[in-house]
Design a protein around this ligand. Structure first.
Ligand code: CTP
Length: 474
């Protein structure tokens, strides 16, 4: 198994542990991804030491460069440092048994196999020896290689035990299955369904990190389908779970909005690595259950779901512990605007409607158009092509208007300062009225987006408000 140990760092660790007379192994994601010939994202290396992980971490770091800073987590018996592109974590092998009465784990030093047993999945529990005499020896007591070959996620122990050690592992099972294109072993999956409720004791920060990893997969829908089937979704993301199902009345059924949202998410994921655009896709119809209405004769409607949805975003972001910053505002904006290009494409497109869309979407207009195109999930090829064609026309119009009017990041050609100076007034409601009138006139195409035209309108509007210029008008 020496192929996994080509990097120089393993020789250095080998020298240190041999000199110290302790055994150490590389394990976890490094070994798994090496066997999968997958580029390990971030180059994390997990080292398990049969002895003190902290001691070996400190000695290895010192050997490389006495200036390296080692972070020690005494309570967990772990230590880590960064070197070059690596993040190397050392842990002492532990044996964990549960005192059933107190549910507090009793942790003692253990053997390599004790440590492997305590890991999440067989494919993450393989180890390669770093000792000089056994360098490269492969230890795989739970047959992780076989599971890698068959593309199976399976716990080393009875799954209930593994999951009670850390319930987040249920979500990790779904994440690894989605990331690697694996299936979850039947018994392991059954146990997730039985223990889903235990996710409630896991911190939201750890949960959202896994959800975001699912979001960044090639086909994130696979993860969300597994979450739904296992019952995890209702616990970690009830608003999304709420979207599922079809209702039929008077012979009319609406589509399953959960499956539709996932399809839009997959569509957008083929086009972008932007996590927040992916979130916007997942959440674009989130308010459909709240706005759903059946009208006899007309059928189902979801009036205002885009507006209501955008209002729901801050609450969802807060609960999920997603950032409440400009990324949230971006998602809100896209959810709010996601029907606008469709509405535009279905009517005679006026320049003024295009200008307003450009003004509101600003720099996010291209992302909005991507989202709208991803939102076409009709199975009817003819209808689908018609929509795409219509969007082509909207895109063309957007280009023309942008070239002409430069509205993408609208800056008023006459600002509040100039209005105050010209009329010699104090900041107040008149300034707002005049600024508004200028913006509306530009968006309606009554005046061009230029200073002189805007200044003339300012004077005119000022007169209507009983204001006269305090300085000569040039
Ligand atoms: N691990 C575990 N239980 C957890 C988290 C981690 O048993 N809840 C073990 C697994 O052996 C895992 C290793 O710790 O392989 C490292 O964890 P982590 O860095 O989170 O995952 P990787 O397997 O390295 O994969 P990735 O970097 O893709 O997250």
């Amino acid at each position: 198994m020496n192929i996994c140990l080509n990097d120089k760092i393993f020789r250095i660790i080998s020298d240190v542990v041999t000199a110290e007379g302790v055994a150490a192994y590389v394990t976890g994601g490094w070994v798994r991804d090496c066997l999968l010939k997958r580029d390990h994202p971030g180059k994390d290396i997990d080292i398990v030491v049969i002895g003190s992980g902290i001691d070996i971490a400190e000695k290895t770091a010192y050997r490389i460069d006495p200036g390296i800073n080692v972070s020690v987590f005494k309570n967990f018996g772990t230590a880590m440092f960064r070197w070059k592109e690596y993040e190397i974590e050392f842990v002492g092998a532990r044996k964990e048994s549960y005192d059933r009465g107190s549910r507090k784990p009793v942790v003692e030093d253990g053997t390599l196999e004790d440590d492997q047993k305590r890991r999440d999945f067989t494919i993450n529990a393989m180890a390669v020896s770093l000792g000089k005499d056994s360098f490269g020896r492969f230890l795989d007591p739970f047959n992780g290689t076989e599971d890698l070959k068959n593309k199976i996620i399976r716990t080393p122990l009875e799954p209930g035990m593994t999951f009670s050690d850390d319930p987040l592992r249920m979500l990790r099972a779904v994440r690894f299955a989605t990331q690697l294109g694996f299936s979850i072993d039947e018994t392991t999956f059954l146990s997730i369904s039985e223990n889903a409720g235990r996710m409630r004791i896991v911190s939201q920060e750890r949960i959202i990190a896994e959800i975001n990893k699912i979001m960044m997969c090639e086909k994130p829908s696979e993860g969300f389908i597994l979450l739904e089937r296992s019952g995890l979704l209702g616990i970690i993301f009830p608003e999304l779970d709420n979207l599922k199902g079809i209702e039929k009345k008077g012979g009319k059924a609406h589509k399953d909005n959960f499956l539709h949202s996932l399809e839009v998410l997959d569509n957008i994921s083929q086009r972008t690595d932007n996590l927040w655009l992916r979130w916007a896709a997942l959440l674009h119809d989130i308010a459909k259950p709240l706005t759903k209405k059946y009208t006899p004769g007309t059928g189902w409607s979801f009036h205002g779901h885009e507006f209501k949805g955008s209002k729901m975003i801050p609450d969802i972001f807060r609960k999920l512990k997603l950032p409440l910053n400009e990324n949230m505002k971006y998602v809100q904006k896209l959810v709010d605007l996601h029907l606008r290009p469709i509405a535009l494409s279905q009517e005679e497109i006026t320049d003024s409607a295009i200008r307003r869309l450009l003004f509101e979407a600003g720099d996010d207009i291209d992302d909005l158009m991507l989202l709208c195109e991803a939102d076409i999930t009709s199975k009817n090829e003819k209808r689908k092509n018609q929509h795409l064609e219509n969007f082509g026309v909207v895109r063309q119009k957007l280009r023309e208007i942008e070239e002409k009017d430069a509205l993408r990041n609208f800056q008023p050609p006459v600002d509040g300062e100039e209005i105050i100076r010209t009329f010699g007034i104090r900041p107040g409601k008149e300034v707002g009225i005049i600024k508004n009138a200028i913006r509306e006139a530009i968006l309606d195409g009554i005046i061009p987006n230029e200073h002189d035209a805007a200044r003339n309108l300012m004077i005119e509007k000022g007169k209507e408000l009983g204001l006269s210029p305090a300085e000569p008008v040039i």
